[in-house]
Design a binder for this molecule. Structure first.
Ligand code: FE2
Length: 354
């Protein structure tokens, strides 16, 4: 058993301003990696720029990261970073910009290499990464994962390098401008992380402390997601980060493995796509080990898998998945060893229906 979270974390209101000096001391010049709009709307980009300027930090901005970022975007950002001679990367936004920031940091550390190194099992240097998350979902601010879209394979996959941010500045106030659907979908992603980490081959007494705390926090706010106040935003933010710590140790399992095709082929947002299979996962797991599923339900303040399924449906709504995709997904999952080995029982393809 081991525990390893090497990221220095500040989780509080106005932490970008308060700890801007620490951020600016990460290097000489930063490549700020963000999306087109939301970091401008929620104020996080302005906060990062002000904090750098107040501490005489230099920076250049790359603001073209799309949802589910591609390797092409990563390579475009690297070009800018090399031209500008940056020596660290700040990811500002949801999971996409921060995941992209990690992959960009790797490519910047290896300027002579092409993108094939992203999926190579060789130890490589990479530039330090600072994370300023503005959604409560992926937990990427504390995980070593960077999920990119590979158009050639029509799917998404984590790069093979484990890149933890050196610093995470987590301010729940950035959640306030997001739409209800983004809040719900990202919260569902974090819930999936907690469930898939607790119901996981790699779950143990040490790392379960993360999923246990996260599930308890989710239970406290589960009925207030559509009418959030400051307390809900703060708990959501911490819950998603703690869920990230949980999967940093265990990885995710079948619902995540099954989600990628739904996102790529049907454009269903990541968290919602994970939610589609989450109830099924609880059901399948419960048939093999009902006691541990009961514990999950207890921590969430629920009494049955049926109640859990009803809750998820109420959150994400009805999702229509064509029969051919359900079948292709079930067969495709069998080739995803990473996910299969995290499920401690035999996977029966015929069970993977909706
Ligand atoms: Fe996820």
């Amino acid at each position: 058993m081991n525990i390893y979270i090497p990221t220095l974390i500040y989780s509080e209101k106005d932490c970008v301003k308060k700890y801007g000096r620490i951020m600016s001391k990460t290097g000489r010049k930063a490549l700020i990696v963000t999306g087109k709009n939301s970091s401008r709307v929620n104020g996080s980009l302005d906060d990062v720029i002000s904090a750098l300027e107040a501490n005489e930090g230099q920076y250049v901005i790359f603001d073209k990261v799309e949802e589910n970022p591609s390797t092409e975007t990563v390579m475009e950002a690297r070009k800018l970073g090399l031209q500008e001679k940056v020596d660290y990367v700040i990811g500002v936004g949801g999971g996409s910009p921060i995941d992209a920031a990690k992959a960009i940091a790797l490519m910047l550390g290896n300027p002579q290499c092409d993108e094939s190194i992203l999926y190579e099992n060789t130890m490589r240097r990479y530039l330090p990464v600072v994370a300023v998350p503005t959604t409560a979902g992926t937990g990427t601010e504390v995980t070593p994962y960077s999920i990119l879209t590979i158009h050639a394979n029509r799917t998404k996959k984590s790069i093979s390098h484990r890149i933890y941010p050196v610093l995470a500045l987590v301010d729940y106030k950035y959640l306030k401008t997001q739409s209800e659907s983004v809040l719900i979908n990202t919260a569902t992603d974090a819930l999936a992380h907690l469930v898939e980490s607790y119901l996981n081959t790699k779950a143990n007494d040490l790392n379960k402390m993360y999923s246990e705390k996260g599930l308890q926090l989710f239970g406290e706010i589960k009925d207030r997601l559509k009418n959030p106040d400051d307390e809900v935003y703060m708990k959501l933010s911490n819950m998603a980060m703690i869920a990230g710590m949980a999967i940093a140790h265990t990885g995710t399992s079948l619902p995540h493995g099954l989600s990628y095709m739904l996102t790529y082929e049907l454009g269903i947002p990541h968290g919602k796509a994970c939610g589609v299979y989450l109830g099924k996962y609880m059901e399948m797991y419960g048939k093999n080990d009902s006691k541990v599923v009961e514990k999950v339900l207890n921590m969430l303040g629920m009494v049955s898998v049926e109640e859990f399924n009803g809750y998820i449906k109420g959150l994400i709504g009805d999702v229509e998945v064509p029969e051919e995709i359900v079948k292709a997904n079930a067969t495709g999952l069998l080739s995803n060893e990473e996910k299969i080995k995290n499920y401690p029982f035999a996977v029966k393809v015929e069970e993977l229906t909706l």
